[in-house]
Design a protein around this ligand. Sequence first.
Ligand code: FAD
Ligand code: N01
Length: 531
Amino acid sequence: MIPNVDVLIVGAGFAGLYALHKMREIGVSASVIEMADDVGGVWYWNKYPGARCDVESMQYSYSFSDDLQQEWQWTERYARQPEIYAYLRHVADRFDLRRSISFGTTVVSATFDDADQCWRVGTDKGDNIAARYCIMASGSLSVSRLPDLPGIENFAGPVLHTGNWPDNVPDFEGQHVAVIGTGSSGVQTIPQIAQRAKHLVVFQRTPNFVVPARNHPLAEEWQARWKSEYPEMRAQARQVGTLYDFSDTPALSVSPETREAEYQRRWEKGGVNFVHAFKDIMTDIAANQTAADFVHERIRQAVNDPVIAERLCPKNYPLGAKRICVGSEYYETYNRDNVTLVDLRETPIVSVNGQSIRTSAANHAIDILICATGYDALTGALMRIDIRGQGGVSLAEKWSEGPRNYLGLMSAEFPNMFIITGPGSPSVLVNMVVGIEQHVDWIADCILHLKATGSAGIVPRVDAEDKWVQRVNDEAASTLFTQADSWYLGANIPGKPRVFMPFVGGIGRYRAICDQVADDAYPGFETLKEH
Ligand code: FAD
Ligand code: N01
C-alpha cells in the first residue's frame, strides 16, 4: 500500500518528475502515482513513427539543474520521442525519483476530508492515501480520443491511436494503412507511414497550416556555445517561453515585398517562429490573412496536383487559431503514388467495416487503422478522477460549464489541490517545460509559506476566481484564437463546453501576476486554520 504523505502527485511526466524532486528539496514527503509502467508522460505514450518535439531540444528541457543541462547531449534540433523519453528516464534515475513512484496505478478518486483537512486519494489498486496536498500533474494532452465512427468496433485489423501507441506495432510494409486526423500528430506520422506502407489513405476533416521543421543534427560546437549561454537563455525563456524571434512590427505597416521576404526568411529557417513574423498575426485578421496566403502559396508549390493542393489549404479559420503544425516533407508526401487524400467534408465516412472504410464516394480497403484524432485536452485527465472538495462538491459538476479556477492553479472549494499547466494558465500556448517549472516553483513557495505561517492549507476565494475566469475569457476574446473549432476551446469533444481554456497573456506576464500574489501574502486566497 502507498503510505500517507504530505504531498501526493498524480502523473510522472515532465511535471510530476520535477514536482517530486522539488518537494523533496523543500523537505516535505511526497510520492507520485502513475498509470503507465514508466516515467515520461506524453513521451512514454506517444511512440508513433515521427513523434518529436517542435520546441527546440535545447529549450524543451529542464532548467532547474545546471549539472543536468550541461551533461545531457541532444542530437537533433528537434529531438525524437525515444530521445526525450530517454532524457526523462535519465532524470528519474539521476535524481533517484523512482523509489517514490507507484507505476501501473491509476488515481480514481480524491476527496477532501474537511475534518482532517487532507485529501483522501483512491486508486484502482484499492489504496486510500491521506495527503495534505495534491498536485495534479496529470497532463493537458494525456487523454487520447478515438473517433466515434459508425462500425469502428467491427474493424478486423489493429486500431491504433498516436497518443497510446503500443510497443509491438505490426510492420506497415506491404499494408494498406489509413490515418484519420491531420493535426500535429497526423502531420508527423503521415510522411513516415507513407514510406513503409503499400498504400496510405489520409482521411482529412480540416486541413492544418504546416510549417517546415528544417530539422537537422546539432553540431557539437553549437550545442557547447548554447550551454555556455544557458543562464541568460533560460532567464529569457522564463519571460517568453521559447526564444523565438518576436517582431514588434504590424504586418500591414510594411510593403508586400518586405512582408513576403520576412515570411520566406522564417519559412526557410523552419519552425513555429514563422507565427511571430509580425506582432499582430494573432490579433488582426487582415494581418493573419497575409501569413495564411503565404502558406497557401507554399502548399500550391509543393503539391503537384492542384485539386489536392486546394484540399490541403486551410481556408475557414485564422492561421495559428488551431495549433500550428511543424512537419517534414508533409505536403510533398501527397505527391507519392501510394498516398490518397480523402476530404471528409466532401465525402464523409459512412461506415467502418471489417477490412474497409466506406465514404459517401468510395470503399477503401484498409489493414491497419491509425487514429491521430487528438485528446480531451486540458480538463480530460481531471474529469476522469472523481474529485470532491469541501462539503463533497464535485469538480466535474463545478466545471460542467467550463473550468473555473484562480490563476489557473487552484479552484475554490478544493483546498490544497494544485493543478499544473491546466486551464487558466499559459499551458499549451507556451514551451510547456517553462510553464511546468514556473508552476512547481510557485507551489513549493506556497507550501513553504503555509508551513511557516502554521496554516493547514489554502483555497481561492470565489470572487478572485470569478475575476480570473473573466480575465482569461476577455483576453482570449481580444485575439483570433477563439475563431477556430479547436481543442483549445474543447470543440473537438462532443458536449464539452465551448470555453477558450488557456491564458493567452504569455508566460512573462502570467509569472509576474503569480509572483505578485505570493509577494503580497496570497490575496484572493483564504488560509485554513489547523483544527
Ligand atoms: P504528461 O506528459 O501528459 O504526463 C501526465 C501523466 O499523468 C501521464 O503519464 C499520465 O499517464 C498520468 N496520469 C494522468 N491521469 C492519471 C491518473 N488518474 N492516475 C495516474 N496517472 C495519471 N509541448 C511543448 O511545449 N513543446 C513540444 O514540442 C511538445 N511536443 C509534444 C508532442 C506530442 C506528441 C504531444 C502529445 C505533446 C507535446 N507537447 C509539447 C505538450 C506536452 O503535453 C508537454 O510538453 C509535456 O510533456 C506535458 O508534461 P506533463 O507532465 O504536464 O503531462
Ligand atoms: O490532435 P489534434 P493531435 N473524424 O486534436 C481529426 C500536441 N502535439 O494529436 O480539426 C475525422 O490537433 C481532427 O479534425 P478537426 C500539440 O499541442 C505536438 O494531432 O477536428 N477526423 C484533427 O485533424 C497538438 O496540437 C506535436 O476537424 C477527426 C485531428 O483529428 C496536440 O498535441 C506533435 C475526427 C486531431 O488533431 C494535439 O495534436 C503531436 C473524426 N471523428 C502533438 N476526430 C509536436 O509536433 C478528430 N479528427 C510538438
